[in-house]
Design a protein. Sequence first.
Length: 285
Amino acid sequence: MHDLIEAQNTIQFLKEHGISAKKRYGQNFLIDRRVLERIIEGADISENDVVLEIGPGIGTLTQALCKSAGRVIAVEIDRDMIPLLEENLADFDNYEIINDDVLRVDLEAVLKERGLEGRPIKVAANLPYYITTPIIMQLLESGIPAKSITVMVQKEVADRMQALPGTSDYGALSLAVQFYAEAKITAKVPPNSFIPRPGVDSAVITLNCYSEPPVSVKDEKHMFRLIKAAFAQRRKTLANALKNDSSLGLTREKVEAALDSLGLAADIRGERLSLAQFAQLSDIL
């Protein structure tokens, strides 16, 4: 078994097997031990934990997870990675590999089939940057009993996840993540921590999932439709942005009246509203 976190070992392993990173899968192989340790620390993995890993690649993070966790379920889309993963995990017997696209996998069914239904799990992953947001949202909305989600993502995306109202990074992703979890960046990661080097800085972010959302709202789907419409045209006033989304069936006057009842200006933009204010606005509308 190769100690893949050492750069020379990863380079040698890739060369021996004739492997190159596949752009279509957003593959970048981690070679920074400090960053690996921050992921494990951020996820707070113990021998009692079941961990779901997404995109294990050649198994660098997976090795560390298998050393720390009681059980690891890794979902990998690239079939060419499966024999390499099995080679690099040969010293472990507490893992399972699912060769599939995580966006098409019924994660609740996966846990139920393995007798893990209702048991809290932790997610850890070095996510492909081109589909980070869809994967994060699937994890949050899937209904799986995730206790925490610790992932490596593009730093720009991590900043958006924990952004506050009135900032340039604040948007629909910020509100969606903060409805389900408390977000905290635990490490900033430079490009030289990977092979090949990505063209952007990265970050490790931990989402500690709430047992109950921090705000009460009558209809979550309706609230998120409002949020999506608000940030689809973020330069417009909130009343105009919501009016312009025909699926909502709202007039500017109706939105302005609702804003007034909340003590908010008629010309306010969506980026100024907190999660609690969007929930209140959704209930009124």
